[in-house]
Design a binder for this molecule. Structure first.
Ligand SMILES: *Cc1c(COP(=O)(O)O)cnc(C)c1O
Length: 221
């Protein structure tokens, strides 16, 4: 199987309305170009430095998504081109992203990362923190941000029922927040959940954006 075949098979298997983010972290630009030539345009990276280098040398119509933990001082490095940041996990990061997007005179889309997994290493707001944040945030103070939805990573476990439950909790939270804070808005439509190991479960629980790395880029001989 080649990267091109992996992309084609994966895309053909996805229900309509599910957006594929090809997670190209650690993979060279040649691999990204192969996926690009197979028609893929949305790529996800998790380190600012690596992303900046790749962005410079790859086609300009790629839609870049940032999916890794983002330090506040790195936002300015990616602000001129980043399409969506999936990993917004603090008010400080929200404020800095607004500031840098304003400097670039553009809008950056963000997803609020929610911590549901039973692993302390994963980051994100708890559901309570997220509700508190949205109830105090005045969206008109953030004219250069578009809050598109939520993102999570499930626990890395063999227990598929647990994974189902975590994704289900995100979808329920998403609907609750949409009804409370985005009722009259066309925004807040993205539920980013599901990686190579668990994306079928995520889709069955309502995901409409999956982030797939190894299943695309790890080519078996
Ligand atoms: C690496 C990564 C992915 C992709 O993981 P795979 O298991 O390679 O599909 C998705 N989301 C995040 C946040 C990641 O860091």
């Amino acid at each position: 199987m080649s990267i091109c075949n992996n992309i084609k098979h994966l895309k053909a298997s996805l229900p309509e309305g599910v957006t594929l983010v090809a997670v190209s972290k650690y993979h060279p630009k040649e691999a990204i170009l192969e996926a690009y030539n197979a028609g893929q345009r949305i790529f996800g990276e998790s380190r600012a430095q690596e992303l900046v280098a790749k962005e410079k040398s790859l086609p300009a119509d790629i839609e870049w998504h940032f999916i890794g933990q983002l330090q506040t001082n790195k936002v300015k490095e990616i602000a001129s081109f980043i399409h969506t940041i999936h990993s917004i996990d603090s008010l400080k990061l929200i404020n800095e992203t607004e500031k840098q997007a304003a400097k670039q005179n553009r809008i950056i889309r963000i997803l609020l990362e929610i911590h549901l997994a039973q692993e302390a290493t994963k980051s994100g707001f708890t559901p309570e923190e997220c509700k508190n944040l949205l109830s105090t945030l005045s969206l008109k103070d953030y004219p250069h941000l578009q809050i598109d939805g939520l993102m999570t990573m499930a626990t890395n476990t063999e227990n598929t029922e647990q994974i189902h439950q975590e994704f289900r909790r995100l979808r329920i939270l998403f609907e609750e927040l949409k009804n409370s804070y985005f009722q009259n808005s066309a925004n807040f439509t993205v539920l980013s959940m599901g990686m190579s190991a668990d994306y079928p479960i995520a889709i069955s629980e309502g995901s409409n954006m999956i982030r797939i790395g190894s299943k695309i880029f790890e080519v078996r001989e």
